[in-house]
Design a binder for this molecule. Structure first.
Ligand code: ZN
Length: 427
């Protein structure tokens, strides 16, 4: 494999391992951006009028853009994605015991493949709300030690040895020790976060598999990692933005990464929120433009909604549309659905196909089997919330929503190259 491609796949592994929660995804992307000349803005401040590289974080969502070298009414070229992944999250009263075991009460977030969370060494990450006098501060926390495990039932105890149905209420609690006198789990997390236990007022805590991401296969041409859906896009999109700002065109490149896609996007920071449209309008207003100029700008703008795509599974080829074979390491994927589970229309398809051609990477075209329900993305939501022309794209993977997923190592670079070309179309 070419060394630059290997470096990109290895870079994705490093990115994913650094980012066990949506909040950590934002922290990782923020670090990459600030290291490349981006300045963090806050929504409560007035924004600078001069062109530059900027980003802001709202909870587990992040928007980044560059106005360097472009006019005040330059249209936006947006790459979207989501920071969250299905997992098991900590309940509000997590301390449980059963049969002499100490348990942490967990429940699924999003459409997690529950079986994939069994018998794995799990760490904890997320954020705490911590009392500081008469205010509340946010504190990121992560514990990369095997403190939790959701144990599977022995095959001898299952009714027919064909596997068991997993009840999300009863079968997903994590063990973290035995005996009667263990302290509270939140007290433990507070200690690791180096805050007083009685100062913890709220939390969003989630589990993550501690096995490090890896390049696998004899040719190391596959990436085995958690959260590829959709950190594969968060990483490729960030790389694309960093590439795009080095060769500015006549449009404003934007990276928009949203939390809460896996649970429907309806939150203060999800794709259903005002986050993207507010930021885009403030970019125009901050540079002295008005509402009219903002609306003109939006009319010429376009969004590529990046989310992972289904590669054809070698053991289940019948689950796929037979005329739309999708290969790992076969290049980025254009996703089309006649019932608009994906937002792609002919115009969006044209823009992304052109970007792939300009980037010199092949393009694959995906449609879901007509007799199976198709998943969705932030694409249709973004399109309907903003009126932006939107195209759904992705990179191919297996095992979507498993705690451990698989994609092509060569697709990492091809995907980011295509997104970079999309962000900076050549005239
Ligand atoms: Zn996704």
């Amino acid at each position: 494999m070419p060394s630059t491609t290997w470096a990109d796949a290895q870079g994705l592994c490093t990115f994913v391992d650094a980012s066990p929660s949506p909040f950590h995804v934002c922290a990782t992307v923020s670090m990459l951006l600030t290291g490349n000349g981006f300045t963090e803005l806050h929504e409560t401040d007035s924004w600078p009028g001069e062109p530059g590289r900027y980003f802001l974080v709202r909870g587990g969502s992040l928007i980044a853009w560059s106005t360097e070298g472009v006019g005040r009414t330059a249209p936006f070229r947006i790459v979207g994605g989501h920071t969250d992944s299905p997992n098991l999250r900590v309940k509000q009263h997590p301390d449980l015991s059963s049969a002499g075991w100490q348990l942490v009460g967990l429940e699924p977030y999003g459409g997690a493949w529950l079986n994939s969370w069994l018998d794995r060494d799990l760490g904890i990450s997320g954020r705490l709300s911590v009392r500081a006098g008469n205010t509340v501060e946010e504190k990121l926390v992560r514990v990369d030690e095997p403190i939790l495990r959701v144990p599977q039932l022995a095959i001898h105890l299952s009714e027919d040895r064909k596997g068991v149905h997993l009840d999300p209420q009863r079968h997903l609690n994590g063990v973290w020790g035995v005996g009667a006198d263990r302290r509270s789990f939140i007290d433990f997390v507070a200690e690791r976060a180096e805050v007083p236990a009685d100062a913890v007022l709220g939390w969003e805590l989630m589990t993550h598999d501690l096995a490090p991401s890896a390049l696998v296969g004899t040719e190391q041409d596959l990436v085995s990692a958690p959260r590829l859906d959709n950190q594969g896009t968060c990483y490729a999109g960030t790389q694309a933005l960093l590439s795009a700002v080095e060769r500015p065109g006549d449009q404003v490149p934007v990276l928009a990464l949203f939390d809460h896609e896996e649970v429907g996007s309806m939150s203060d920071r999800g794709a259903f929120s005002d986050l993207l449209s507010t930021v885009l309008e403030r970019i125009v207003l901050g540079r002295g433009g008005g509402r009219e100029e903002f609306l003109q700008t939006m009319a010429g703008s376009i969004c590529a909604s990046g989310d992972m795509a289904h590669a054809t599974h070698p053991n289940y080829p019948d689950r796929h549309e037979p005329a739309h074979h999708i290969a790992v390491n076969g290049g980025p994927v254009l996703k089309v659905n006649q019932n608009l589970r994906y937002a792609t229309d002919a115009a969006g398809a044209g823009a992304f196909a052109l970007a792939c051609d300009q980037a010199g990477v092949p393009l694959q075209r995906y449609v879901h089997r007509a007799d199976l329900p198709c998943g969705s993305t932030i694409g249709p939501i973004t399109a309907s919330r903003t009126g932006l022309s939107t195209v759904d794209v992705g990179a191919a993977q297996l095992g979507m929503h498993s705690s451990r997923e698989l994609m092509g190592a060569r697709d990492v670079r091809a995907y980011s190259d295509a997104l970079a070309a999309f962000l900076t179309p050549t005239a």
